[in-house]
Design a protein around this ligand. Structure first.
Ligand code: AMP
Length: 414
């Protein structure tokens, strides 16, 4: 089956076309036929298309909305320039899998999209006002452009965390606020954490129920997830993706009283404080330089910038605290797995997160950590580390493609 995997953000659309054999799911038989990224939708968009085995092709074009962007993708897919052997016409696309950010409590796994599912995703807009509307635009555009005959599947970022126990998902707030407004912790990055659990299990020859790991997704957005018996039992992001770890521009955990204090001291509105916490804090806010970890590492190494170092240290300490607390609530784990742009590529961050954790059973092999080829995964723990340490590339698109095949082919697995 040829699956179009779509990830629609507020002004971006990312896609991959993945060819998957329904009989051999999970055997690594998938092929990436093409991928691409369309940025700055709404104005002169930057477009990158790449077909398997070819060099990326970059261009610009005015794209007024998500529909125009998806139309552009579909035209390219079947064009002679793309030269995708298995796709000559749009009818060669068998299904579309969408990343949908928020599924609330309603969607606990991936589902085939129908009227009820659309209404359910709409109902979650108030929980994810920036993300779900863009996801819906992508779904509606595909319905228009491909017709109702092409099945579409929604894969939710929150679904993997639907197994959180009440003790993990409730805040210490008046209980009626949960009942009245659905205020609770949902968690995000679920598809990435699920992939890491799947991949780790595959690498170690384990059944999903035997996977006990702490997964660390460290990218622009960051979250940790305690995975026990293959299920998410705690995670750092909460009601929104703001909670938990320090991120590129998000503050992560802060004392909520700061909001009122800032309001009176700086005269900022609630909306302005929300923007500050989400867009001007984290690595950017602390360093005053950039939200980009690679740039911070360069500043620290070449210019001995004190605040660049401070930002990295704060970032690593927060991760370390959560690793410790997750190992405590899990009664230990078999491995800590780093992923995301930072987790997968930054030996500096991995080294600082794992420093002084030998009492908890984590011992990094410095040589393996430093020489792990960028973009490739592997075991970086010392031979006598009781808890394994790995760095693995994540692959949310693969999970979305596999779920899409399962939902469409009606398989009961997953
Ligand atoms: P993501 O959101 O997963 O794409 O991750 C983006 C983050 O990964 C940015 O902060 C990048 O600076 C960081 N990153 C990517 N490559 C490296 C690298 N080689 N060393 C350190 N950080 C990196």
């Amino acid at each position: 089956m040829n699956i179009l995997v779509l990830n629609c953000g507020s002004s971006t659309v990312k896609f991959q076309i993945i060819q998957s054999d329904p009989e051999r799911l999970e055997n690594g038989s998938e092929r990436r036929l093409a991928s691409g990224l369309l940025e700055r939708i709404g104005s002169q968009a930057l477009i990158t298309f790449k077909a398997e085995g070819q060099t990326p092709h970059k261009s610009t074009a005015p794209l007024k909305d998500h529909r125009a962007a998806i139309d552009k993708i579909l035209r390219w897919i079947v064009s002679p320039e793309a030269r995708i052997e298995s796709i000559r016409a749009l009818s060669d696309l068998d299904a579309v899998g969408h990343r949908v950010v928020h599924g609330g409590e309603k969607f606990q796994k991936s589902v085939r999209i129908d009227k009820n599912v659309l209404a359910g995703i709409e109902d979650c807009i108030e929980l994810a006002p920036l993300h779900n509307p863009a996801n819906l635009k992508g779904i509606r555009a595909c319905q228009d452009l491909l017709g109702e005959g092409v099945p579409q599947v929604a894969v939710f970022d929150t679904a993997f965390h639907s197994t959180l126990p009440e003790t993990a998902y409730l805040y210490g707030l008046p209980y009626h606020l949960y009942l009245r407004h659905r205020i609770r912790r949902y968690g995000f990055h679920g598809t990435s954490h699920r992939y890491i659990a799947f991949k780790y299990g595959q690498m170690m020859g384990l059944e999903p129920k035997d996977v006990n790991i702490v997964s660390l997704h460290l990218g622009n957005g960051c979250s940790a997830c305690a995975i026990k018996n293959g299920r998410s039992i705690d995670t750092t992001m909460g009601f929104t993706p703001l909670e938990g770890l320090i991120m590129g521009t998000r503050a992560g955990d802060v004392d909520p009283s700061i909001v009122d204090f800032l309001h009176s001291k700086e005269g900022l509105s609630i909306g302005e404080i929300d923007t500050m916490l989400n867009k001007q804090s984290g690595l950017l806010g602390v360093s005053g330089l950039t939200s980009d970890m690679r740039e911070l590492e360069e500043e620290e190494a070449h210019n001995q910038d004190r605040r660049a170092r401070l930002a990295i240290d704060l970032f690593c300490r927060r991760v370390q605290k959560y690793v410790g607390s997750y190992l405590a609530i899990m009664n230990g784990a078999d491995a800590v797995v780093f992923t995301g742009g930072i987790g997968q590529n930054s030996d500096v961050v991995r080294q600082r997160v794992c420093a002084n954790m030998d009492w908890l059973g984590l011992k990094l092999d410095d040589q393996k950590n430093r020489t792990l080829p960028r973009g490739e995964g592997g075991d970086i723990s010392a031979a006598d580390s009781r808890v394994k340490i790995l760095a693995l590339p994540t692959d949310e698109e693969l999970m979305i493609a596999q779920d899409t095949v399962r939902c469409v082919a009606g398989s009961t697995r997953g």
